[in-house]
Design a protein around this ligand. Structure first.
Ligand SMILES: Nc1ncnc2c1ncn2[C@@H]1O[C@H](COP(=O)(O)OP(=O)(O)OP(=O)(O)O)[C@@H](O)[C@H]1O
Ligand SMILES: [Mg+2]
Length: 326
């Protein structure tokens, strides 16, 4: 029989319109029923899941936006376009960070109301923090929430060894922001905006920084500009003033570890978990490491333990993700 956790998970995913999670839990219930010898029930749920999956697939291909914004010409070598389905609720962050992100999304949803009073939504956000804490995921979630395309800057395409070319390429990207409203994501922005006077301050780096600053200043498009860095300390001080908000990401607190695992392991019974021990095993791990450990543990549960997630498996997976040099 389905556990109460599974039922709650199904109701939640149904309420959130998350078909994939809903069906994943249903599949788990079918597996559990099969393992418990309830073959008829397993078969019935299994075939329902099969036909629902087809239906969901058809519905999705019918509603997926056409890539009208697919970059053409030189722009195609400078940005990669995608239409993320990520939501802010998927990003597990400190409460104040979550609140700030939701306010910014709201400003864009209700930008008409702001415009009536001569106001504009905040559009330029700098995300900083250690690897694997959700910066890229946030860019995807903001695009997902607003139904906008996400254009990720391809640094290799933009930064060239030929003097002056980088500025010309950046201009193409900034021009695109006016032409196509979207979320423009400058990942590893330190590559473009290292401090002036830093060791590697050759002429071209300075020129690149100056043109980036100038384009940020001049930009009056309706697009969002998100930049991310692991090395805020390397950024030129002049960059911060160009952004409407700087948002700091950090390694997860104990409660976040639990939320990420619960979110990532639907359909597994997590009641027997000692969350204090889990948080301890996960200390020093990033959100991305925890997600990866959850997936490891789920695979182990299915292959080694007849689909039951023994806490020992998760603790092992978390420990295996701990890197010795951290
Ligand atoms: N805050 C989070 N909440 C939930 N899942 C997360 C979070 N952060 C990371 N993850 C998981 O880890 C994956 C990688 O994270 P992401 O790419 O957003 O990290 P990042 O901060 O951009 O890291 P980097 O600085 O290395 O680019 C995500 O796709 C997601 O599955
Ligand atoms: Mg990233």
């Amino acid at each position: 029989m389905a556990s109460s956790k599974q039922l709650i998970g199904m109701i939640r995913s149904h309420a959130a319109g998350d078909d994939e999670r809903f069906l994943a839990i249903a599949e788990h219930i079918a597996n559990d029923a099969r393992n418990a010898g309830h073959h008829r029930m397993a078969e019935e749920i299994g075939s329902l899941v099969g036909s629902l999956k087809e239906e969901v697939g058809e519905r999705r291909s019918a509603t997926r936006p056409i890539l009208i914004a697919a970059p053409r010409g030189e722009l195609a070598s400078l940005v990669r376009a995608s239409y993320p389905e990520t939501r802010l609720a998927d990003v597990v962050v400190a409460e104040d960070v979550g609140t700030r992100l939701r306010r910014i999304v709201r400003e864009h949803r209700e930008r008409g109301i702001l415009a009536d009073r001569g106001l504009h939504p905040r559009r330029k956000l700098l995300l900083s923090g250690p690897p694997g804490t959700g910066k890229s995921m946030t860019a995807a979630a903001i695009a997902g929430e607003l139904g906008l395309p996400l254009f990720t800057l391809l640094l290799d395409g933009v930064i060239t060894k030929f003097m002056g070319e980088t500025a010309a390429k950046l201009r193409i990207v900034f021009d695109a922001m006016t032409g196509t409203r979207g979320v423009y994501f400058f990942d590893e922005v330190d590559a473009l905006a290292t401090r002036r006077g830093a060791e590697n301050d050759i002429g071209e780096a300075r020129r690149m920084l100056n043109s980036f600053l100038q384009f940020l200043d001049e930009d009056s498009s309706g697009s969002l500009i998100l930049a991310a860095t692991n090395h805020q300390e390397l950024l030129d001080r002049a960059i911060f003033r160009r952004f409407d908000a700087t948002i700091r990401y950090g390694l997860p607190e104990a409660d976040h570890v639990r939320r990420i695992l619960v979110q990532r392991l639907p359909g597994f019974d997590l009641a027997p978990f000692d969350w204090t021990a889990v948080a301890q095993a996960a200390s020093d791990l990033s959100q991305a490491d925890i997600v990866a450990a959850a997936d490891d543990a789920a695979r182990d549960a299915v292959l080694e333990n007849a689909g039951t997630l023994d806490p020992v498996l998760l603790l092992r997976a978390l420990r295996e993700r701990t890197q010795p040099d951290r």
